[in-house]
Design a protein around this ligand. Structure first.
Ligand SMILES: NC(=O)c1ccc[n+]([C@@H]2O[C@H](COP(=O)([O-])OP(=O)(O)OC[C@H]3O[C@@H](n4cnc5c(N)ncnc54)[C@H](O)[C@@H]3O)[C@@H](O)[C@H]2O)c1
Length: 389
């Protein structure tokens, strides 16, 4: 019998379900593991979610009180998967109780929340993880090893973008993501954070930024209680105001001298889940797009005039891929990345090793976000200041 870790999941929406399902799959995916998760308690304010937690996911129990879930003696680690503005109070209670915490990104809705969460975890000396799941894509890990090997030469430019259509329908409901009180910032917190974390992982620190924002759909149908998160209203439904940005973009400079450009939108029509990067060096380039996440495009500078980009397909020659499917070009998907991050986080708890990305790396992301926010007001380049030196 493997050692096991008692888990509480706070919020059983998209990501709470993704993590719970991933943890249920860990024993069969990773037989060599040192530790197994045990789904002890799920907290959610929606009764139907609590019923699902017990009936469909096999949680031992469910509650509408997340404080009670955190306090349970049989909970060793807490997964924070509720809307952004609940992250910090949940992390405050979990760290005070001495529990390890895995929080969904971005940790809170404003930069200061991630900083406070990091400081609380440092003071309580608890292990932390943050859900920058795209860093766990096997081909992204491969791209990092190619960049680190020097095969691309000196990195000169990086293009990052996360363009999603989840808000592109003007009748899409006014759910928590569109409110300052529940989400904090808009795409900057929600999805530009993923693009920035990828850039920092692949190319290193960002030192200065200048950027802009826009809100393209200013009013949306008000969601009734129990409405699905991605539900649609009717044209004559009462509407409420969108309180945060639909679009953000920035130019940046990296510490290694490379330049970068970033774009993020939740309302553009066309790109459906385009979390993508292109990295350019003096000897080659690489490009990856989550929409085709099992393909990495690679350009090598050679003397051959007929050479161009080649495509590397995912497969069990790359880290973790073989846990899901053997061979080459047999695809893996979004939730497989969540299973990898949960497995590695649990192993780090069992082995007492530091997990990355943790709350420290979340602070690195929001330090860039803060400089971008400052630049919206100053309309100038702003330095990236480490918010938790
Ligand atoms: N890493 C990723 O790729 C990714 C993708 C989507 C969302 N997220 C992050 O995950 C978090 C949750 O987003 P989501 O899309 O799963 O949201 P969601 O709306 O689908 O789910 C949120 C859940 O929290 C529950 N909840 C609300 N208030 C609560 C409370 N007081 N106590 C307990 N439960 C409560 C809701 O009932 C719902 O079940 C966000 O921080 C978001 O940024 C990350």
């Amino acid at each position: 019998m493997k050692k096991n870790i008692g888990v509480a999941v706070l919020g059983l929406g998209w990501m709470g379900q993704a993590h719970s399902r991933s943890m249920l799959r860990i024993p069969s995916l990773f037989p060599e593991r040192g530790v197994s998760p045990r789904l002890v308690v799920c907290a959610d304010t929606e009764e139907s979610r609590r019923t699902r937690a017990v009936d469909d996911f096999g949680f031992q129990r469910a509650t509408d009180d997340w404080r009670e879930a955190i306090a349970s003696d049989d909970v060793d680690a807490v997964w924070v998967t509720a809307p952004n503005m609940l992250h910090l109070p949940m992390i405050e209670a979990a760290t005070a109780a001495g529990k390890a915490v895995f929080s969904e990104k971005p940790i809170g809705g404003k930069p200061e929340h991630a900083v406070q969460a990091y400081q609380l975890a440092q003071s309580a000396n608890v292990a932390t993880g943050v859900g920058y799941n795209y860093l766990w894509a096997p081909l992204v890990m491969h791209a990092k090893s190619v960049i680190e090997s020097g095969e691309l030469g000196e990195i000169t430019h990086y293009r990052g973008r996360f363009l999603s259509m989840y808000g592109s329908d003007e009748l899409g409901l006014l759910t928590w993501r569109f409110f300052l009180e529940q989400a904090g910032y808009g795409v900057t917190s929600d999805i530009l954070s993923h693009a920035v974390s990828l850039a920092q992982y692949l190319v290193g620190s960002i030192t200065e930024v200048v950027g802009m924002r826009n809100t393209t759909i200013s009013h949306r149908p008000i969601a009734q209680p129990g409405a699905g998160h991605y539900g649609r209203g009717n044209p004559d439904d009462p509407k409420g105001e969108v309180e945060n940005e639909d679009f953000a973009s920035m130019l940046c400079t990296f510490a290694n001298g490379a330049t970068g450009t970033f774009e993020s939108s939740r309302t553009m029509v066309g790109p459906e889940s385009q979390n993508a990067f292109e990295v350019y060096g003096t000897k080659g380039a690489m490009a990856w797009n989550f929409e085709t996440m099992n393909e990495l495009r690679y350009y090598r500078l050679t003397d051959d005039p007929s050479s161009g980009y080649t495509t590397i397909y995912g497969g069990d020659r790359f880290p973790f891929h073989g846990a899901f499917v053997p061979g080459q070009a047999n695809s893996i998907g979004f939730e497989d990345l969540v299973a990898i991050e949960d497995h590695v986080f649990l192993e780090s708890l069992a082995g007492g090793e530091r997990f990355s990305p943790g709350f420290r790396e979340a602070v690195d992301v929001v330090s860039v976000q803060q400089a971008l926010i400052d630049s919206w007001t100053s309309r100038r380049w702003e330095p990236v200041v480490d918010l938790a030196p």
